[in-house]
Design a binder for this molecule. Structure first.
Ligand SMILES: Nc1ncnc2c1ncn2[C@@H]1O[C@H](COP(=O)(O)OP(=O)(O)OP(=O)(O)O)[C@@H](O)[C@H]1O
Ligand SMILES: Cc1cn([C@H]2C[C@H](O)[C@@H](COP(=O)(O)O)O2)c(=O)[nH]c1=O
Length: 233
């Protein structure tokens, strides 16, 4: 009963009459363990009887803009991959095309769990330009994706924080154990990963666009506690 009232309040607050699901986003460096965290959180939520929809950006297989991102990350399309704004626009268009589906998923599931979302654009672009979370690039992402494209806002963003050496060794492990997971131009750039981790920490500290929770990705994750926080939203 109490949960029903909380959800009804959320539905009004969020501006979507029928929105009852919570939009939870996992962010972090390449190889941090985001997908593994999403698997564990989903399992705990489903074990408790909740319906969970999963998504991941870029949607390489589903969206033409995302396919171009993937190709540019592997040095196709001339100097496209060099362009910070060009890559960010393609990623933003991928999310714009996904927005209607996300809204539908939020109407029909308790939780929508995303591996990367708008903050990835903010963190990677700012890091590539050697800016911080208060710089022009993050403000530009806000204007484009949040204001102009009006993609659904997260209820909680989880920053899976790991030292860059741990992320790199996990990415290396994945490269060895999974086919078609060769590291791309961002993943091979340790200085970019370092700056990106700093921007993520700043975004989390300033509660950029939503509340954030920082998760220590080196220690054992307490999935019961994490699921409690998600379901309390
Ligand atoms: N807590 C952990 N401890 C040890 N290894 C882990 C942990 N989490 C993930 N891994 C391993 O690290 C590798 C990368 O994990 P995962 O695919 O979840 O990362 P990711 O952040 O989703 O990567 P990307 O963003 O680059 O797709 C995988 O081989 C996975 O098995
Ligand atoms: C969604 C998104 C991603 N990026 C960056 C982050 C990664 O380095 C690559 C590709 O992501 P993957 O998880 O390795 O498949 O692109 C970005 O800059 N902007 C975004 O919106």
């Amino acid at each position: 009963m109490k949960q029903g009232r909380v959800r009804a309040r959320r539905a009004v607050r969020s501006g979507y009459r029928c929105r009852v699901g919570r939009l939870i986003v996992i962010e972090g460096l390449d190889g941090a363990g985001k997908r593994t965290l999403a698997d564990g959180l989903e399992a705990e939520l489903v074990r408790r009887g909740n319906s969970v929809a999963r998504g991941a950006f870029p949607r390489y297989e589903a969206d033409i803009h995302a396919a171009l991102v993937g190709e540019a990350l592997r040095s196709q399309h001339g100097d496209l991959g060099e362009s910070v704004y060009g890559m960010a626009v393609l990623n933003a268009l991928d999310r714009r095309a996904a927005a209607e589906g996300l809204r539908a998923d939020l109407q029909s599931h308790d939780v929508v769990l995303l591996d990367r979302y708008v903050a990835s654009n903010a963190a990677y672009g700012a890091a590539r330009l050697h800016q911080d979370a208060n710089g022009d690039f993050v403000a530009w992402v806000e204007q484009l994706e949040i204001e102009r494209f009006a993609v659904p806002g997260p209820d909680l963003q989880l920053y899976l924080q790991v030292p860059i050496e741990v992320a790199a060794s996990r990415a290396e492990h994945r490269e060895r154990t999974e086919s078609d997971r060769r590291r791309d131009r961002y993943e091979s750039d340790s200085s970019l990963q370092q700056r990106c981790g700093e921007v993520y920490a700043q975004l989390a500290a300033k509660a950029w666009w939503s509340p954030w929770r920082v998760i220590d990705g080196v220690s054992q994750v307490d999935f019961a506690d994490l699921a409690d926080s998600v379901l309390a939203l």
